[in-house]
Design a protein around this ligand. Structure first.
Ligand code: KG4
Ligand code: ZN
Length: 412
């Protein structure tokens, strides 16, 4: 079953085709990072306008690339076949559309979901609304050779892409199916503990099965990605803050400054707002300024060594805070697998600390599938389609603000 995923909840317009919830066939992401970096953060109106400009070309490209990947001889033999004929044939191979409809920026969600709903009606495809945060977790189901050493090797991938519908390749295809099964068994076993860490979310969710999950802890204020972004601003590092803070931290001293870990009433809850303020106060004090000095003026007063040491010291505590809670939850719930998801899952220090402190190997998506993408949406779409009836595209509403508390799946 080939599912077209569509994602537009924040500042990435993305479309991807995934087969059977694991085989990535095409993946197109149009990032707006360059547009928003001038403002130091995402401007919702600008984001919606940019989605509108690119959403159809991005979808066309993903659908077409998926078709061409499965019909490798097609391009050379049919150079004169028009684009619209390829597109028509390509749409014929899409079995369903899955689209992020919650949570996210209202204007951004509207552009993607209206487009997806219209296409579902026009092309007569079943439609599945998808929860963006839940989809981040399913990025771990994608098979990508860069994701882990057990996964498909490049030659398996090429074979797989070129072998759709060709009996002569059956044996090799069976072989790669076997590898995929093995990898899946290795990776995703329930109960599964998920740490979801992005610019808008920091939460720990226990999955008993597909569509059967429970929120066991979450941030009570800022998300951890948001804290990285805010600390980056204080230190004068470029947007988006997560990658630039972690890059800067590589050559810094993580023990130079000591920041507190928040004590929370909820065993698995987080707080990052106090940590961000502690960094601000420490930078003010290091620059011989009091708490009234504006944060926007501090970056110019810091030298490179101070900047690197602040980045490393902040990162150490932010990541330790996450890892402490995951280890405690692991000890209480004894999950069979632990997965990490969301933009902050790309953080190397998080990967290092978690791998070191857990008794089983945690799973992380390949870096390109940690941040927003549509492959994760198509992947979750497959599992939803196995268990839930499609939604009439005319009845779909977007939900800008909705947490992942208990499963929202309406089981068949
Ligand atoms: O999942 P995502 O692309 O969008 C949301 O749904 O929020 O996550 C973006 C967030 C940003 O806050 C970004 O600074 C953070 O993920 N991020 C990182 C890293 N890469 C991205 N944070 C820490 N370390 C990284 N390497
Ligand atoms: Zn996201």
């Amino acid at each position: 079953m080939k599912i077209l995923g569509i994602e537009s909840s924040c500042d990435e317009t993305a479309a991807a085709v995934v087969e059977n919830g694991q085989r990535l066939i095409s993946n197109v992401v149009n990032s707006q990072i360059d547009i928003h970096s001038a403002f130091g953060g995402v401007v919702p109106e600008v984001a919606a306008r940019s989605h509108l400009e690119v959403v159809l070309p991005v979808i066309d490209q993903a659908v077409k690339e998926a078709y061409l990947a499965c019909h490798s001889g097609f391009g050379s033999e049919s150079g004169d076949i028009q684009d619209d004929k390829i597109l028509e044939a390509a749409w014929g191979e899409i079995d369903a559309i899955a689209c992020t409809t919650m949570p996210g920026l209202i204007g951004s969600l509207l552009i993607g979901s209206l487009t997806a709903r219209t296409l579902a009606l026009l092309k007569n495809k079943p439609f599945y609304p998808i929860h963006h945060v839940e989809a981040h977790v399913y990025a771990n189901f994608l098979k990508n050779e860069s994701a882990d050493a057990n996964c498909l090797r490049p030659q398996d991938r090429i074979l797989r892409l070129g072998s759709c519908g060709e009996n002569s390749e059956k044996e090799a295809d069976d072989n790669s199916r076997e590898i995929l099964k093995q990898v899946q068994n290795d990776k995703m076993r329930f109960p599964m503990l998920a740490l979801i860490v992005s610019g808008g979310h920091s939460q720990i969710v226990l999955f008993r099965d597909h569509g059967d999950y429970e929120l066991i802890g979450q941030t009570q204020d800022d998300a951890v990605g948001e804290a990285f972004d805010k600390v980056a601003k204080i230190l004068g590092l470029p947007y988006p803050g997560g990658p630039s803070v972690s890059k800067c931290a590589e050559s810094g001293d993580p023990q130079k400054y000591h920041f507190p870990k928040a004590k929370m009433a909820g065993k698995y809850d987080f707080s990052f707002s106090g940590l961000k303020t502690a960094v601000l106060r420490a930078v003010q004090s290091e620059c011989d300024k009091d708490h009234t000095f504006p944060s926007s003026g501090l970056a110019d007063l810091l030298n490179d060594t101070q900047r690197r040491d602040f980045a490393a010291s902040f990162q150490r505590i932010a990541i330790e805070t996450l890892v402490d809670k995951v280890v405690a939850a692991f000890n209480e719930f004894a999950p069979k697998s632990v997965v990490v998801a969301g933009g902050v899952a790309a953080n190397q220090e998080l990967r290092r600390q978690l791998t070191e402190r857990l008794p089983i190997a945690p799973h992380f998506p390949a870096p390109e599938f940690c941040t927003d993408n549509a492959a994760m949406v198509a992947t979750l779409g497959y599992y939803v389609a196995q268990n839930v009836a499609p939604t009439d595209p005319r009845d779909v509403e977007i939900t800008p603000s909705i947490s992942m508390t208990k499963t929202a799946w309406n089981l068949k």
